[in-house]
Design a protein around this ligand. Structure first.
Ligand code: AHN
Ligand code: ZN
Length: 285
């Protein structure tokens, strides 16, 4: 089920903003949130990219109990990277990635959580946000760097202009690259800086469920990701659950930002561990 939820997104093709695959997958995701009983909002905005290209941004939001003042925010990015810049071959570097882990995994887990929320409603409000354009940062082979915030564009936009005025949540959880076999979720730097109590909550829930093989009790590096604007704008103290590696050049898994980020590297056991851990946090809240 979880595996399939990731695969369906990948089957649309790379969800690169501006493409037909992106549009169709966006419609699918908004439709699913609505089918699972969420109130759906969509946020569109025109943004100009570092290369001067104009792109339409689409954030997709599903809310449960929208009138409840006590809220938890769950988020992931749904776009996929337009280039496989961690490939060594310059031709392959120009191709868009499938983003099975980098993008689709987090969204897949959150869709399953949405389905659970419909079946077993909570007495707090939940917002699930699929942010667009997290992954269009300048490629690593760039030689003329354009200054600006090119990563996390969708979450940056929403953090400044949330779908609801003065939006605040008690806490937030970001899922990024949560589908790899033998994933290791180390306690990410900004998460510890902005939301140490939430880190404890998540890692102790994982321990309780016997998932300490995935949720490692060790701190990792600081990762610029969608939780950063959310934290900086004080929308919710937010934690990034992200697969971090100590034995690779990039600090991420070996297939990160390569053409190998496809379904072969997705393990349903990892997806399940993450989904159950997040649900444990929510249902004990
Ligand atoms: C940087 O490497 C600066 N950020 C990684 C955030 C990211 C990219 N997550 C998925 N793709
Ligand atoms: Zn990425």
């Amino acid at each position: 089920m979880l595996f399939r939820s990731v695969e369906i997104q990948v089957d649309f093709g790379p969800r690169v903003p501006g493409t037909e695959a992106h549009r169709r997958c966006g419609d699918y995701l908004a439709g699913k949130l609505s089918e699972f009983g969420a109130e759906v909002y969509e946020q569109y905005a025109d943004v100009t990219h570092y290369n001067g290209q104009n792109i339409k941004l689409r954030n997709i939001i599903g809310s449960y109990a929208p009138d409840n003042d006590i809220r938890v925010l769950l988020f992931a990015h749904w776009d996929s990277r337009p280039f496989a810049d961690e490939e060594s071959d310059p031709v392959r570097q120009q191709q868009a990635i499938s983003g099975a882990d980098d993008g689709a995994s987090g969204v897949g887990v959150l869709l399953e959580i949405a389905r659970q929320l419909q079946q077993n409603p909570l007495n707090i409000g939940i917002d699930i946000i699929f942010f667009d354009m997290e992954d269009w940062g300048q490629p690593s082979y760039t030689d003329n760097w354009v200054s600006g915030d090119w990563w996390c564009v969708g979450s940056g936009y929403w953090s400044e202009q949330p779908h609801v005025d003065n939006y605040k949540a008690e806490f937030g959880i970001l899922l990024d690259m949560v589908g790899g076999a033998n994933a290791t979720f180390m306690k990410e730097g900004y998460s510890l800086k902005y939301a140490p109590i939430v880190v404890d909550k998540i890692w102790s829930s994982a321990l309780k469920l016997n998932y300490s093989k995935y949720f490692i009790s060790q701190s990792g590096g600081y990762i610029t990701d969608d939780h950063l604007p959310v934290n900086k704008h004080k929308r919710a103290p937010s934690v990034n659950i992200i697969n971090l590696k100590q034995n690779t050049q990039t600090g991420f898994s070996s297939y990160w930002h390569t053409l190998n980020d496809d379904m072969r590297n997705i393990d349903s056991r990892t997806l399940k561990a993450v989904g159950q851990t997040v649900l444990e946090v929510l249902y004990t809240e």
